[in-house]
Design a protein around this ligand. Structure first.
Ligand SMILES: [Zn+2]
Ligand SMILES: [Zn+2]
Ligand SMILES: [Zn+2]
Length: 153
């Protein structure tokens, strides 16, 4: 959906928004990257090409895209929110290993089959117990990556 300009514009219209340049450009950056970018990271990529797009616009656009559930926001505990495009299909569901020293983020998709079963069960119980409608979850583990581990604590 996000790869094609026309479909993207349609998606925005469907949600009652226009596909403005910043929205288009930021989605494009997140589409092309494998890393988890902060608003500043995105700004530094956007600004040289589109000087009219300021940091405030980047923040606002990220907020909107997050509300539209086109991107996910993560807080890995280093005080900076990071963003990732939500890709279509189940295959994109993954979790994170976050290095608390160098902030490296590793995506993993191991155990997703087992997780689906397990998480569904947890969701069922929790939503009943707390009368809470769960629609998503985020899991990340913190620790030391291989590089930081070998360098010592
Ligand atoms: Zn999960
Ligand atoms: Zn590390
Ligand atoms: Zn990720």
């Amino acid at each position: 959906m996000y790869g094609r300009r026309q479909e993207r514009a349609q998606f925005f219209r469907h949600h009652g928004f226009r596909c403005t340049l910043p929205r288009e450009v930021i989605l494009d950056i997140l589409y092309k990257t494998k890393s988890h970018l902060s608003a500043e990271d995105i700004y530094f990529k956007v600004h040289p090409i589109y000087p009219q797009i300021g940091l405030t616009t980047v923040y606002r656009t990220l907020d909107l895209l997050n509300k539209m559930e086109l991107i996910s926001r993560f807080d890995f505990g280093d005080g900076k929110a990071r963003y990732e495009l939500i890709k279509e299909g189940d295959t994109s569901h993954h979790h994170h290993l976050v290095c608390r020293k160098c902030n490296r983020v590793i995506d993993y998709t191991d155990f997703m089959k087992e997780e689906t079963r397990f998480i569904k069960k947890i969701e069922e119980v929790l939503s009943k117990k707390h009368n809470f409608e769960i629609d998503s979850h985020k899991i990340h583990f913190q620790g030391l990556c291989s590089k930081c581990k070998s360098e010592g604590r």
